[in-house]
Write a protein of this length. Structure first.
Length: 198
């Protein structure tokens, strides 16, 4: 699954034509609802099994280029975390990895294969975590994203998360430099969001 314009790993899908894109070739623009191709896929969502850890590790490296994620001042090895896997037939199409922090459940990583984006899989995974967090009597859910990842920021806000804090330069310091992100935006800051649970 390579970018339509180059041989980099694809992490996004064009909402108009469906081509797979890397972060360098993804662009932001206003699109009307009729131009967004949405399909609803019902996938099997189950707790991540130990035999799925290798598959998740490959996806993590593909999406973010590294196995560790820095979020909320902590570093996590994503493939070692609990969470849920989404499967369509026998194919792993998405996953969510979580950690507990006090009264909250932290979404450390959420990934859906580009060809299955805009089909409700990400929302199904987050709702599964939310249901479990409520059962555990957690008060909130937390997640962070980089300042360039406007699709993630829009997604989380659409399902009830609110920006609670911006940590300037955290990501740039982690990498030792400012890297180019989605649409060429400089990746510097960590945006932290929360959702208060009932």
């Amino acid at each position: 699954m390579k970018c339509h314009h180059c041989q980099q790993n694809a992490t996004y899908k064009c909402s108009v034509c469906g081509h797979l894109l890397c972060t360098e070739h993804a662009r932001f623009r206003t699109v009307c609802p009729e131009c967004i191709k949405k399909t609803k896929l019902h996938v099997a969502i189950k707790k991540i099994a130990s035999e799925e850890k290798l598959e998740i590790r490959r996806l993590v490296r593909r999406f973010w280029g590294e196995e560790e994620q820095l979020t909320f001042d902590r570093t996590f090895k994503v493939s070692g975390l609990p969470g849920y896997a989404a499967r369509l037939a026998e194919t792993l199409v998405g996953f969510i990895s979580t950690a507990e922090i006090g009264d909250a459940v932290l979404i450390v990583a959420l990934g859906v294969l580009p060809e299955h984006q805009n089909s409700g899989i990400g929302k199904q995974l987050v709702m599964k975590v939310e249901k479990e967090a409520v059962r555990m009597r957690k008060k909130r859910m937390l997640v962070s994203t980089s300042n360039d990842d406007l699709p993630a920021l829009a997604f989380y806000q659409s399902i009830g998360f609110q920006i609670m804090e911006v940590k300037p330069n955290v990501i740039a310091e982690k990498h030792g430099r400012v890297v180019s992100g989605i649409g060429g935006l400089p990746v510097r800051d960590e945006l932290r969001l929360q959702k208060i649970l009932p």
